[in-house]
Design a protein around this ligand. Structure first.
Ligand code: ADP
Ligand code: ZN
Length: 225
């Protein structure tokens, strides 16, 4: 039996968080929780949350902490995640969110925070080529990972498009906010003995292998968890 895992992924826009989070969620058989995907679904569904969140996403600003923390708290207290675990993708993004998360997860806590390390030049190239399925959120790249049929999602047949917030201005703003609000979380998790730094360059398979090796070592070191 696969015992599950409690993981989160940090990294700049374009580091490959979504791709790796999805693969890790399959590997450890736990839900993939992406706050960005949840917010984009809310926008598509026209819910009140979606109407409130839209202006933040379009301009690359962070959605206020209370909103995102409430969303994540609700998801993490459902039985699938409280029993088997989760892979968090895009959360936390501020120290306030990290503090709230540690309260939500207490007393079990996390196994690891995985930082996908990549330089800014590489992420700008990746983001320019990034495409996403409008229906299921699957990620593609016009450079090295296009859908089999141009414009159509391999997974669900949905339309593959450029994200509304992958404009130059919104990308610049998101990277700025990453440096200011999210990068400090690397030291935050490191000082708590929870950080794994992983080189995010190379093929998706190569990166997954690196992450799984580190996570397995951590989980096996803590029997019973
Ligand atoms: P990226 O990593 O490329 O910025 P995401 O899909 O993770 O993409 O996030 C898209 C947008 O959703 C963010 O720019 C922000 O507006 C909002 N968002 C997602 N997660 C959070 C979060 N934890 N806190 C605040 N805003 C968030
Ligand atoms: Zn799809």
């Amino acid at each position: 039996m696969n015992p599950g895992a409690r993981l989160l992924i940090l990294g700049k826009q374009g580091a490959g968080k979504g791709t790796q989070a999805l693969r890790l969620s399959r590997h450890y058989v736990v839900p993939h929780i992406s706050t960005g995907d949840t917010l984009r679904q809310a926008i598509r569904s026209g819910s009140e949350l979606g109407r409130e969140a839209r202006r933040y996403l379009d301009s690359g600003e962070l959605v206020p902490d209370q909103i995102v923390i409430g969303m994540v708290r609700e998801r993490l207290t459902r039985p699938d995640t409280s029993h088997r675990g989760f892979v968090l993708d895009g959360f936390p993004r501020t120290v306030a969110q990290a503090e709230a998360l540690s309260t939500i997860l207490s007393p079990k806590g996390l196994h690891l925070a995985i930082d996908l390390e990549i330089d800014t030049t590489s992420v700008l190239t990746r983001l320019a080529g990034r495409r996403v399925c409008a229906d299921c959120g699957a990620n593609y790249s016009v450079v090295d990972n296009p859908p089999r049929v141009p414009g159509l999602c391999d997974v669900c047949g949905g339309e593959v498009v450029q994200r509304d917030d992958d404009t130059e201005a919104a990308i610049r703003r998101r990277l700025e906010l990453y440096e200011r609000e999210t990068a400090p979380l690397i030291a935050w998790y490191d000082s708590r003995g929870l950080l794994a730094r992983i080189d995010a360059l190379g093929s998706p398979d190569a990166v997954t292998e690196r992450v799984v090796a580190v996570v397995d070592r951590r989980i096996l070191r803590r029997p019973g968890s």
